[in-house]
Design a protein around this ligand. Structure first.
Ligand code: AHR
Length: 316
């Protein structure tokens, strides 16, 4: 068929426009845990910034640490027929049914940050996350040497049932088990919040006559440690000096606390992983299939030695 030149040009133009728009018209649902910590807020920002940069329509849902809200959000993404769903799960359990629903709707699911315990691993494409067990082991190793292998300590647990709390605890305890003279004498959840950390530390201070005999605090995140530091200082104690601290995340305020002499060590959990996540999601939607089941984000430990440098890096 011979088309007039103007019509042929119009068709080519429309086809190109369609191709261009479909290349950038991905709609992705992201179910986020909440905004409980500085790390979480920075991670949400990284996801939102990267989606914007990539022209992705990101449906962002903050579950405010409520499991039922998270399940509702995922079901709403399924009914909106999004191209992919990214989930940062609050807890490891309770995912099988909703992940089956996503699979039946042919929507690929990517797990980020915390883990799920589904027996059927084909219900999600892969998990993009740091090694929480390694973070616990790094924290434990640092503390064991700082305590010279001896001393009572207390633990501020993260959210009960979350992979971040469970795997970190397992990793830390594995190292602690090598040092029979290091003992965790108190352990309680502060739910990964500053307020939670402060309240739990206040109760530890009361129960132990002002942390008598306690040489260290291990917190599953920096925000709980920042709350605990506040509680210890209000009680006239000297965290960072008389009581050693080690936590996880590497948020700007923990480096400020190190520089002020109030904190000792933190394992960095990278929050700027939006580009890592969307590279995998877009690659998968573009046909790439050879992703490992776990795309590991590296973590490392920081102390006063590089606190100023880390604070600068984090823009603090
Ligand atoms: O799942 C990662 C943890 O969740 C972070 O360490 C903590 O700050 C957040 O609440």
């Amino acid at each position: 068929m011979h088309l007039p030149k103007w019509l042929g040009g119009a068709i080519v133009g429309a086809t190109l426009a369609l191709a261009a728009s479909s290349a950038f018209a991905l709609t992705i649902g992201f179910s986020q845990v909440g905004h409980e910590s500085d790390w979480r807020t920075a991670f949400s920002k990284s996801m939102q910034d990267e989606a914007k940069k990539e022209g992705i329509d990101l449906k962002f849902s903050d579950a405010n640490q409520k499991e039922e809200d998270q399940l509702k959000a995922v079901r709403s993404f399924i009914s909106q027929k999004v191209d992919a769903i990214v989930i940062a799960p609050i807890v490891v359990t309770g995912w099988d049914q909703v992940l089956k629903e996503a699979k039946d709707a042919n929507i690929p699911v990517f797990i980020v940050d915390r883990d799920v315990d589904t027996a059927d691993k084909s219900l999600f494409v892969c998990r993009i996350a740091a090694d929480f067990n390694l973070e616990g082991r790094l924290a434990g190793a640092w503390l064991a040497q700082a305590l010279k292998g001896r001393g009572d300590m207390v633990e501020l647990l993260g959210t009960v049932g979350s992979a971040a709390a469970e795997y970190r605890r397992t990793g830390f305890n594995a190292v602690e088990a090598l040092f029979p003279l290091i003992k965790t004498v108190k352990s309680q959840s502060g739910d990964f919040t500053t307020q939670g950390g402060k309240e739990v530390m206040e109760s530890f201070i009361k129960a132990t006559d002002g942390l008598k005999g306690i040489k260290a605090v291990w917190a599953h995140n920096d925000n709980m440690m920042l709350g605990a530091i506040q509680a210890m200082k209000e009680a006239g104690l000297k965290p960072g000096k008389d009581i050693l601290t080690v936590s996880v995340d590497g948020v700007p305020d923990i480096f400020k606390a190190m520089l002020a002499g109030d904190a000792n060590a933190s394992v960095e959990l990278r929050s700027d992983i939006g580009p890592d996540v969307f590279t995998v999601v877009k690659g998968y939607l573009g046909g790439k299939r050879d992703y490992p089941k776990w795309v590991v984000i590296p973590s490392d430990l920081h102390t006063i030695q590089d606190a100023a440098e880390m604070l600068k890096k984090k823009g603090g």
